[in-house]
Write a protein that binds this ligand. Structure first.
Ligand code: UD1
Length: 423
């Protein structure tokens, strides 16, 4: 089993460059396969989720190839198969994005339903309702969704809970539909806007992305383009939280502060000093952190993906903080592991009650999901002594070059790979 060995309690200083947004890259790579021409994508992060989506597209007949660091070429000309392979789709829920793309492009999609997820139940019923709203005939057979439509027809669709996934999947299907689709209560996340920008550059007609009503006029075909993916606001936020916890002064480059307003406001509210330029954000830790009450919300509210990292930071605040999770129902699994490091956190239903400041001590811990895993990394970097973190496959889904980036700040972090550990 691979593990990260971290010797904590070192003051970190320096510059980290954030990668492109994983949650933009996934739908954008899929969307690029809607055209029978090549697109060139830049600032693509190279985590395992991106590898998985590339493998799925290749298995469907699309051509996907890396062309230097962060540069990916995608060509949907060879896309012929409408059935996505279970062994790849099961690895990641965002694989379900191929359903909207296949339906729009080939008029048919057979995609295994994503299974359970360690951060809570995550059904795809809103995605399926979106396909049905566009006129697709959808059945569930042998664990897969089968959707068919000779040609999808534009329609009105109210997206329940402003779901990011359902907004993305319906957009992917609607761009090649006949007529106009209006998505109401659409997700407003920057990744949705990034996807809309890519699709527009490919010839799609989309208005309103970033607002809660998105209007999509279907076109007959899309063409190839070039597109640069936005910085990963969750990665940026994770490193800012780390800086607030164990800086010194930490600067995150390739950052867009406008995508992180609620997080920056929360950092400032607990006393963290922030300096911002157009492409970089600097944090420095004050002597004392104040407690805070946080509620996760859809964008532009506090992002659920930074709930776990911010909760670790609040273990160092002077007093009682509360963190309420409203998006996913199982997102406090990391808390037990943090407690083993000495954190004082009680979870009552959807709320974590955090009492600080706690003296964290290094311990062997296990990551059980991506962002909870990053919370453990941040905890380990601030803890006294040595921590060993397993479950790295979760963290590797979304944090590119993690050890290298942390080492650049002066952290003592080493990865031992499975076979190296055995030898
Ligand atoms: C996306 C992000 C994830 C982020 C989340 C919320 C990607 C690849 N993932 O996930 O990192 O944490 O947005 O910002 O971009 N729901 C249903 N039925 C559905 C769809 C969703 O009940 O068909 C529920 C979910 O269980 C959840 C809520 O709606 O409780 C919001 O989920 P959604 O916005 O769809 O999140 P994802 O797209 O899965």
């Amino acid at each position: 089993m691979s593990k990260l060995v971290i010797d904590g309690n070192k003051v970190l200083n320096g510059v980290i460059t954030a990668s492109g947004a994983k949650n933009s890259a996934l739908p954008i790579i899929v969307a690029s396969a809607l055209a029978e021409e090549e697109s060139l994508l830049r600032n693509v992060p190279h985590g395992t989720d991106v590898e998985t989506i590339c493998s799925i597209l290749s298995s469907l007949g699309a051509k996907v190839s890396w062309d230097g660091p962060g540069q990916l070429r995608v060509n949907g000309a060879g896309l012929k198969k409408s059935k996505a392979p279970y062994e790849l789709v099961r690895k990641m829920r965002a694989s379900f994005y191929v359903a909207g793309m296949l339906l729009g492009r080939l008029g048919e999609a057979v995609v295994p339903l994503p299974g359970g997820c360690s951060i809570g139940s995550r059904p795809v019923d809103f995605h399926i309702k979106g396909f049905e709203a566009l006129g697709a005939d959808v059945t569930l057979e042998h664990g897969s969704m089968k959707a068919r439509a000779k040609r999808l027809t534009g329609s009105k669709y109210y997206v329940s809970r402003a779901s990011v996934g359902a907004t993305v999947n319906t957009m992917l299907a609607a761009v090649l539909a006949d007529g106009t689709t209006v998505l109401e209560n659409a997700a407003r996340e920057p990744e949705v806007v990034d996807l809309a920008n890519l699709l527009s550059a490919m010839g799609a007609k989309i208005r309103g992305a970033g607002m809660d009503v998105i209007r999509i006029e279907g076109v007959d075909r899309l063409h190839g383009t070039e597109h640069e993916i936005i910085p990963d606001r969750i990665e940026v936020g994770s490193y800012l939280i780390l800086g607030a916890m164990v800086g010194g002064e930490v600067v995150v480059e390739n950052a867009m502060g406008e995508h992180l307003r609620s997080v920056l406001a929360s950092l400032e509210a607990i006393g963290v000093k922030i300096k911002e330029s157009t492409t970089a954000i600097q944090v420095s830790r004050p002597d004392k952190l104040a407690p805070l009450n946080i509620v996760t919300q859809q964008y532009p509210g506090f992002p659920t993906d930074l709930q776990a990292p911010f909760s670790v930071l609040l273990t160092q605040a002077d007093g009682v903080s509360t963190v309420r999770e409203t998006i996913f129902d199982g997102r406090f699994k990391y808390v037990d592991e943090l407690r083993r490091m000495g954190a004082d956190i009680q979870v009552e239903r959807d709320t974590a009650i955090i009492t600080g400041p706690a003296e964290l001590a290094g311990a062997p811990v296990e990551a059980t999901d991506l962002r909870g895993g990053m919370a453990l990394v941040i905890g380990a970097l601030s803890a006294q002594g040595r921590s060993e973190i397993i479950g790295l496959e979760h963290i590797d889904r979304g944090y590119e070059n993690l050890e290298q980036k942390l080492q650049n700040l002066g952290a003592s972090v080493k990865r031992f790979r499975a076979n190296a550990v055995r030898s």
